[in-house]
Design a binder for this molecule. Structure first.
Ligand code: ME8
Length: 514
């Protein structure tokens, strides 16, 4: 089968680390499922993958939530981080580490990054006063605020109530990095994806950068600033550092050398500025290599509406899995939403994908093929005779799927990878309808065997390539075809062994009936 594509090379992929000040929602689940599919794809394609995810436990908002709940902040952070971790496990996420920014090694990593930025001369003490949004931990210029109906000063863009805050804080010399950042976006255009996001980032940076306030003295729930423990680091400084901690920045130089720089940071579109402006500037200052790519997925909406507690349309991802099953939910989100754009979900849309794509297109093809092999060949995989041009064209199309899917995945176009697989399934369903093996069986059993062999091959290849999205179901199909344990993508280039005794088939993708 030849050397695998990845050849054992390292591949480091991360998700954003969620704020655990509430329960995880569908947006979090979506990010985890998509990053997990990408991680699994790379593993099956022969890469040595590190997949990091976790929670971002610091910041004033966490401390306030804990006060409101009457529990210690550390307890809130642990309780809710456990819920995020449990969701990841329920989603089948294949992470190597679930980091919490309260982890001891993370404190050391954050201190190290801070010291390096400080040694570079990029950190200085000054006074800050301004309108502060506790929830987003952001200061606003007066021009970006207004007085609302109840007389509160609010941010124009979010409507969040602001408080006037004056404090002595450390600043990071972000303004010194404007040219270097623009050079980065120019020389490494793949640094920000999708492409439309890069233009937003470039125009933001071209608009001018002001220095960034990177410490707080008004609360203490954070990583203390080295040598100045009355300050805690601004939550984004320590949060972004998690990507370094996760591969041994201070504790494990060998692992760090192997996996850093990260190949891919997966994030949502609302935190692009932090990842594509602040993060590379911090790293440049600290003399650490930059990640290769940051990809921002879109936002999910419930039937086109923003999810919010007041609207009452916040769906617990666990309930969706209970109702529809894990693999169908994973498939739905990755197929339905163009990765990188916003998307919408509803029970009707999920049911329609389950019945049309999974039960009909994939499930029926597998079930018809396998049950005819059972009926006409006693459950023994028939040896194909000479292939017609139609047979050969379909097999060639199936063989080419790996290359096509790989190219889509390298652009994070997960939906296009799935579209490619499903259009080959559709073609194969047209093939089986046109060939009518159930009629052929009465007159030409050899030809029947060839047609079923071709169908079984397509099912095998699509099942191999669907593993990243539907690990359990794809492997059930591969079990029914008695495919060996090596289910890496190199196996695409092999063929099913005629004469293999197949088990009695059971449907893998049942229709959803209410
Ligand atoms: O931003 N649809 O945490 P977070 C899709 N702690 N994605 C969504 C979404 C939605 N409706 N809502 C949120 C934070 N997300 C920081 C990250 S990283 C060093 C620190 C995504 O819990 C969001 O875009 O608010 C982000 O990528 C992730 O969920 C966590 O969001």
């Amino acid at each position: 089968s030849g050397a695998s594509h990845g050849g054992g090379r390292p591949y480091y992929i991360t998700t954003a680390i969620a704020y655990p000040n509430g329960a995880p929602h569908i947006g979090h689940a979506y990010e985890y499922i998509s990053a997990d599919a990408l991680a699994r794809f790379k593993r099956l394609d022969g890469f040595d993958v590190r997949f990091l995810t976790g929670t971002d436990v610091h910041g004033q908002k966490m401390q306030q939530t804990a006060v409101a709940e009457g529990i210690p902040t550390a307890e809130l952070a642990k309780r809710n981080s456990d819920r995020f971790q449990a969701l990841q496990e329920r989603l089948g996420s294949s992470f190597e580490r679930f980091i919490r920014t309260s982890d001891e090694d993370h404190k050391r990593a954050s201190e190290e990054l801070w010291k390096r930025m400080s040694d570079r001369g990029d950190i200085y003490l000054d006074k800050y006063s301004g309108w502060y949004d506790v929830r987003d931990e952001t200061f606003y210029a007066e021009a970006d605020t207004r007085i609302d109906e109840s007389g509160d000063r609010v941010a124009i863009d979010t409507g969040h109530v602001l408080t006037w805050t004056e404090e002595e804080t450390y600043f990071f010399r972000l303004s010194a990095y404007q040219d270097k950042l623009l050079e980065l976006y120019e020389s490494q255009p793949e640094f920000v994806g999708p492409d439309v996001r890069r233009n937003e980032v470039i125009s933001f940076v071209k608009g001018g950068l002001t220095d960034l306030s990177v410490s707080r003295t008004t609360f203490d729930w954070g990583v203390p600033v080295p040598g100045h423990p009355e300050h805690v680091m601004y939550v984004w400084v320590d949060a972004l550092t998690n990507y370094l901690t996760g591969v041994g920045f201070v504790d494990d130089p060998e692992t760090f050398a192997r996996f850093w720089p990260a190949d891919l940071h997966i994030i949502g579109k609302d935190i692009i500025r932090f990842h594509c402006v602040y993060w590379p500037a911090f790293l440049m200052s600290a003399g650490v290599e930059l990640p290769k790519r940051v990809f921002a997925h879109g936002f999910l909406f419930n039937k086109g509406e923003k999810m919010s507690k007041s609207v009452g349309n916040v769906v617990d991802p666990e309930n969706l899995i209970d109702e529809f099953g894990l693999d169908p939910v994973r498939y739905f989100f990755l197929r339905e939403v163009s990765y990188g754009q916003d998307g919408s979900y509803s029970a009707e849309a999920i049911v329609s994908r389950i019945n049309a794509d999974l039960a009909n297109e994939f499930g029926n093809l597998a079930q018809r093929t396998l049950s005819m092999i059972g009926k006409y060949f006693d459950g023994t995989l028939p040896a194909p005779g000479d292939f017609t041009d139609t047979d050969s064209a379909l097999l060639a199309r199936a063989d080419s799927l790996l290359g096509t899917v790989r190219a889509h995945i390298d652009n994070q176009a997960i939906h296009l990878a799935l579209e490619t697989l499903w259009s080959t399934l559709a073609e194969t369903n047209r093939y089986i309808s046109a060939q009518e093996p159930w009629k052929l069986a009465k007159t030409d059993l050899d030809r029947t065997g060839t047609v079923l062999y071709v169908c079984a091959e397509v099912v095998r290849i699509v099942a191999l390539l669907s593993q990243p999205v539907m690990p359990e179901s794809s492997n059930k199909i591969l079990d029914l075809l008695v495919v060996g344990d090596d289910r890496q993508f190199t196996a695409v280039a092999t063929r099913l062994e005629p004469g293999t005794a197949l088990p009695k088939p059971t449907p893998v993708f049942p229709r959803y009936e209410n």
